[in-house]
Write a protein that binds this ligand. Structure first.
Ligand SMILES: [Zn+2]
Length: 120
């Protein structure tokens, strides 16, 4: 499953950054997912729950923020959101617009961490 390997690498990179915050608890991991990234949010959530079990991320939330696909059209000289993901055409003038500028993202946008209380 595609989503499982994505989640595995997301969890790995969060775990890598945790030593900077000793004793901290991860509350939320926010992912930016492009419309063309070809992942299903339900599967991401399902895989996340499995992947975080037994790790410091257990109990944290995965939040997926969807990024629409946008192409640049030289005729209109602007970025437009694709209406049809199957055909890369400018929604304004109908010209082919293969210059995809946004929509393949698959990255960690932010982490919400509860830092450990420091007792002197
Ligand atoms: Zn156009």
């Amino acid at each position: 499953m595609h989503e499982l390997s994505i989640i595995a690498s997301v969890v790995d990179s969060v775990l890598d950054s945790l030593p900077q915050y000793p004793g901290a608890r991860v509350l939320e991991v926010r992912l930016r997912v492009g419309a063309l990234a070809a992942v299903v949010e339900d599967s991401l959530q399902f895989c996340y729950e499995l992947a975080v079990r037994g790790t410091p991320l257990e109990g944290s939330r995965l939040v997926v923020s969807a990024v629409p696909a946008r192409v640049y059209c030289p005729a209109c000289n602007k970025l437009s959101e694709l209406e049809n993901l199957q055909s890369f055409r400018c929604p304004h003038c109908g010209q082919p617009a293969p210059d995809l500028r946004q929509g393949r993202e698959l990255q960690i946008e932010s982490l919400e961490i509860e830092e450990a209380e420091v007792t002197p």
